[in-house]
Design a protein around this ligand. Sequence first.
Ligand code: NAP
Length: 248
Amino acid sequence: MQTAVVTGASSGIGAATARRLAADGFHVVVAARRQDRLAALAEEIGGRALPLDVTDRDSVATFAAELDACDVLLNNAGGAWGSDSVEGGDPADWQRMYEVNVLGTLHVTQALLPLLRAGGGGTIVNLTSTAAFVNYEGGAGYSAAKHGQHALTETLRLELAGQPVRVIEIQPGMVHTDEFSLNRFRGDSDKAAAVYADVDRPLTAEDVAGVIAMAVAQPLHVNIDQLVLRPLAQAAQHKVHRGRLFEG
Ligand code: NAP
């Protein structure tokens, strides 16, 4: 049985992907900071829960030492904090976003690369965003972090050329998860809800999980370098259709 490690598995896309990969036959190691959520998920999917703070190198080292295999690594832990302009932005938010999205991916990837190589064929999936290639007002700190995570991802693919380790980047647009927008708007549920208001079927965490599982399921010689997925209602970052799109 192959082992998949999913960071940020305590909610949203990470939890949905852990469920999906377990259903596809992987032994799934779920990792994040909130252990109560992870324990319940691990029990549900027959996986293993381990504590992990991706921004803390000691935590990452302790986590990696617990593993004896890793065939698939999903670097999903991440998020957006704050929606301020460049002029008004809090550097602490920028720092946090860089630490979680970019350095978090770096720390976990560095720690698990030996295991990814050891299995004879490994897969790294980095969850970036459409914000990795488009900028929008109020999103500079998050976009800068996701651009950085994208740069890490592309560079890693080049540096691993000649080794049996794939590097895949998944770039979702609008995904309606429980916590992402709440975190961005500092717990303001009205502002968070407004993001998805009247959007007929934003992507769900399960939609993204299905695409990740599809990419992982390709034969090892097939590398989906980069894959953008958006809801049909979002033709581009600034072009979101609000109103009925589907019947029923
Ligand atoms: P979410 O529900 O807020 O999930 C974020 C996960 O990251 C949580 O499980 C959280 O767990 C974990 N995390 C945060 N800081 C961490 C840390 N220091 N160490 C370990 N884990 C940490 O958000 P989501 O919507 O599922 O997003 C998942 C990923 O997709 C993120 O990288 C996000 O940027 C990206 N994305 C989201 C969207 C969207 O519209 N929702 C679109 C494109 C890309 P703990 O708090 O328990 O540690």
